[in-house]
Design a binder for this molecule. Sequence first.
Ligand SMILES: [Zn+2]
Length: 274
Amino acid sequence: MLRRVIAAIAIVASAALAQVPRKKLLAIGEVKGWQHDSVSHALATIERLGKESGLWDTYIRTDTELITRRKLERNARNIDFFDAILFYTTGELPMNDEQKTALMTAIRDQGKGFIGVHSATDTFYDWPEFGEMIGGYFDQHPWNTFNAPVIVEEQSHPATRHFPKDFVILDEIYQFKNWSRDKVRVLMRLDESKLDLNNKRVKRADHDFAVTWVKNYGKGRVFYSSLGHRDEVWDRPDVQKMYLEGARSAAEPGAQKRPICAQAEWFVNCSRHA
Ligand SMILES: [Zn+2]
């Protein structure tokens, strides 16, 4: 009986999924700085998660050519086609002013989602608006790759609901500059009580090392996590679920039509930011 109920639920669920048009995700793995070995596996995993869940189709690129409002030839889609843009990038990417305006307009004014993976915050130091949109910039990883003690601050968000209150993960975690928790909603941070704070590369006097956050940028939704430096991290079901729900929430349709406080379940605490 139970098996039949489960089978029936699965059929209903797959029918429901089939009726929802899949989102279009532009995933960019362009590198103009440090080359992470895990970029290919990360983007392949993102593509698989979208396919298996029926939530999105992924267009993987290693350049930013599609980030433009200009009409492109030979079946190339421009940014208007996409619901969300994901960056696993480094360095100063060769985007001209029209492309930069197109990206910011898409997120801020059109409400498209932005998903930043690991070194997405190690990107575009020369473009302050990008740092403002994503929430901050990389400022060293004082402990390199280590058994990072993580505290899940928000277990009410779909991206972190499945994690225990604290856990340890072997990964490279960043310190951030031009970052303040007043401007983002922190979902995870490092447990400062378990860190070597005498490390010479520690610069943050407040010892606040966020790992994953969400924020609003105009009408758009931004999801960022520094998890994912290592290939193996992408094979963890809990990290996969985090990126699945993070990307889903960033690309949620119609979110931009709701008043900002209605987004508080996922994004910035509206009592501080209304
Ligand atoms: Zn890294």
